[in-house]
Ligand binder design. Structure first.
Ligand code: NAD
Length: 281
């Protein structure tokens, strides 16, 4: 079994991006990323901290906003409006989930699609679906980059995705389809799910259930991508029963150190791209 080392691939991309950012700086352009955190969710705080730290390392200017738990929808919309108009800000990210009083869709739709570095705006989702150029969502695009870094061919492969969220499962299907995979999307209501995963050359698991995918559910040599992040008492585990699946899989992503670092670095890729598109001729 070959471990798909997201930490390493992300570090290589980080080095490239640092050079690109330095080049932009020489032209007097400093890429800017605004990260908005609303409330005190501990996991969200950790993710936001990692994103800000990575931006800083690369030479992207952080515009960090930590808002109170009782922030109103109107207040958040006003902040987004300001950031949409701020020329120094190339990317805007609102960390999800948001508190109940705020309509997530309204917020995502308020972000200027040209600054939508998470690629959750319906305009960018539509572009992805039609295969048009635009920012690609970070987690699934990070997975595609990881597969490419290990020269894993996608064309003609049967990919089975477990989970149909807007953030991972659905866009993952489009990116794999774009590269000519045959894609099956499964979810909580799928019957005989293991019958499908057993046929898969590539399995992507994104459901948030610790150690869900076992060796019995895959075929020999399968490429297994574990998106899940589950916090057990003192341990972080994925949706894949790692030890068990490792005995049978051809390739496997670890948790941590697989998809997570790729997600963060793809956010930086999208920010630098958005900056170039907006500010260079
Ligand atoms: P979500 O909660 O929005 O959706 C979960 C999906 O899983 C649903 O479509 C549901 O139908 C499906 N599902 C739930 N239980 C199932 C079961 N028993 N069998 C089959 N399908 C089932 O999830 P999400 O936002 O896509 O996140 C999924 C996991 O991935 C979470 O653990 C999350 O923390 C993690 N995640 C990691 C990264 C990363 O960068 N590594 C990024 C995003 C999400």
């Amino acid at each position: 079994m070959i471990r798909l080392d997201g930490t390493k691939v992300a570090a290589d991309l980080q080095a490239e991006l640092t050079q690109t950012a330095a080049g932009l700086r020489e032209q007097g352009i400093v890429p800017g990323l605004a990260v908005i955190l609303v409330g005190n969710d501990p996991a969200s705080k950790v993710y936001v901290g990692r994103k800000e730290k990575m931006a800083e390392k690369i030479g992207i200017k952080n515009f960090a906003y930590t808002l109170a738990d009782d922030t109103t929808e109107q207040q958040l919309l006003e902040l987004i409006d300001q950031l949409n108009q701020n020329d120094q800000v190339d990317g805007i990210l609102v960390q999800l989930p948001l508190p109940d009083q705020i309509d997530e869709q309204k917020i995502l739709q308020a972000i200027d699609p040209a600054k939508d570095v998470d690629s959750f705006h319906p305009e960018n989702v539509g572009k992805l679906m039609q295969g048009l150029p635009g920012p690609k969502p970070c987690t699934p695009n990070g997975i595609m980059k990881l597969l490419a870094a290990y020269d894993i061919p996608i064309e003609g492969k049967h990919a089975v995705i477990i989970g149909r969220s807007n953030i991972v499962g659905k866009p993952m299907a489009h990116l794999l389809l774009e590269q000519n995979a045959t894609v099956t999307i499964t979810h909580s209501r799928t019957k005989n799910l293991a019958e499908l995963t057993k046929q898969a050359d590539i399995v992507v698991v994104a459901i948030g259930r610790p150690n869900y995918l076992t060796g019995e559910m895959i075929k020999d040599g399968a490429i297994v991508i574990d998106v899940g992040i589950n916090r057990l008492e003192k341990k972080l585990v994925g949706d894949v029963d790692f030890e068990n699946v490792a005995e049978k899989a051809g390739y496997l992503t670890p948790v941590p150190g697989g998809v997570g670092p790729m997600t963060i670095i793809m956010l930086m890729v999208n920010t630098i791209k958005a900056c170039r598109l907006r500010r260079t001729p």
